[in-house]
Ligand binder design. Structure first.
Ligand code: NAD
Length: 274
């Protein structure tokens, strides 16, 4: 699909026309890829996340120019329940609805459990898990009013299996999978679905930034870092892409996925089949 679709001549290819989506952590990486896919499918989009004012303005302008949809932005910090409440209220006030909520914002810290910094534990639990509780509890009454809603939580393969040194991340992502199941059960008769996507390694600027550093640290090539270090657990030996995750999110948000709820879907090249 390309830029010509903004002519809105192809409604069948824009199944989310008229919908409003909010994607947390969408100034970069997976969240931005998902926001682009939702906009391409016709949805208005509320962006969120950190970045300079100039970068965020550029992203907003580009999305609305490419896809002809309304794009707004909330600077809400996902560690703050009050800021999250303001973000949801502002979304509903300016768009009149909230149909698709993608809980994507997340951070990582790697350290042995007995040396894990307490403030990093608190930050990861708050951004990666509690923010999804707050956005969901505030979005559900709006979705119930419209008898339609899609909550899509970006968990991780680490929501299903563990790796050493990632205590907070693994605990938070397992928590996201549990929250997803509860939300699915509580909304099953309301036209609302809630699902978790569990990616393995995805090629984002965050991952690219690690490759050269690891190559230097281990004295190996970029290709070896990708194959033997980053993708050691990922049997297909390729990164998932933000475009693949965007397409999956659009599918889960569509009417075709109305009976899919409460799942934790691995997108991990076979990692969790081990
Ligand atoms: P990224 O660092 O590129 O993007 C993270 C986004 O979250 C950014 O927009 C950032 O501004 C935002 N953010 C961070 N802290 C925030 C806060 N306190 N409040 C609001 N926004 C905040 O990372 P990514 O690789 O795109 O990861 C996105 C999500 O996907 C995360 O939940 C991550 O755990 C998950 N994930 C990533 C991978 C991967 O390989 N990249 C794999 C599995 C799961």
């Amino acid at each position: 699909m390309n830029i010509q679709l903004k002519t809105q001549d192809a409604p069948a290819l824009r199944p989310l026309t008229g919908k409003v989506s909010l994607v947390t952590g969408s100034t970069s990486g997976i969240g931005l890829g998902i926001a682009r896919a939702l906009a391409e499918a016709g949805s208005a989009v509320v962006l969120n996340g950190f970045g300079t004012a100039a970068e965020i303005a550029r992203t907003r302008d580009q999305l609305s120019a490419d896809f002809g949809v309304e794009v707004s932005y909330s600077a809400a910090d996902m560690t703050s329940p009050a800021a999250i409440a303001e973000m949801i209220a502002a979304t509903v006030a300016s768009h009149g609805r909230l149909d698709i909520l993608v809980n994507n914002a997340g951070i990582q810290h790697v350290a042995p459990l007995d040396q894990f910094p307490v403030e990093k534990w608190d930050a990861i639990l708050s951004i990666n898990l509690s923010s999804a509780f707050h956005t969901s509890r505030l979005a559900l009454p709006v979705m119930r009013r419209n008898k339609f809603g899609r909550i899509i939580n970006i968990a991780s393969a680490h929501g299903l299996v563990a790796s050493p040194f990632k205590a907070a991340y693994v605990a938070a992502k397992h928590g996201v999978v549990g929250l997803t199941k509860v939300a699915a059960l509580e909304t099953a008769e309301d036209g609302i679905t809630c699902n978790a996507i569990c990616p393995g390694y995805v090629y984002t600027p965050l991952v690219e930034a690690q490759i050269d550093g690891q190559a230097k640290a281990h004295g190996i090539s970029r290709e070896q870092v990708i194959h033997d270090v980053l993708l050691a657990q990922q049997p297909n030996k390729r990164f998932a892409t933000v475009e693949e995750l965007g397409a999956l999110t659009v599918f889960l948000a569509s009417d075709a996925a109305a009976s899919i709820t409460g799942i934790a879907l691995p997108v991990d090249g076979g990692w969790t089949a081990h």
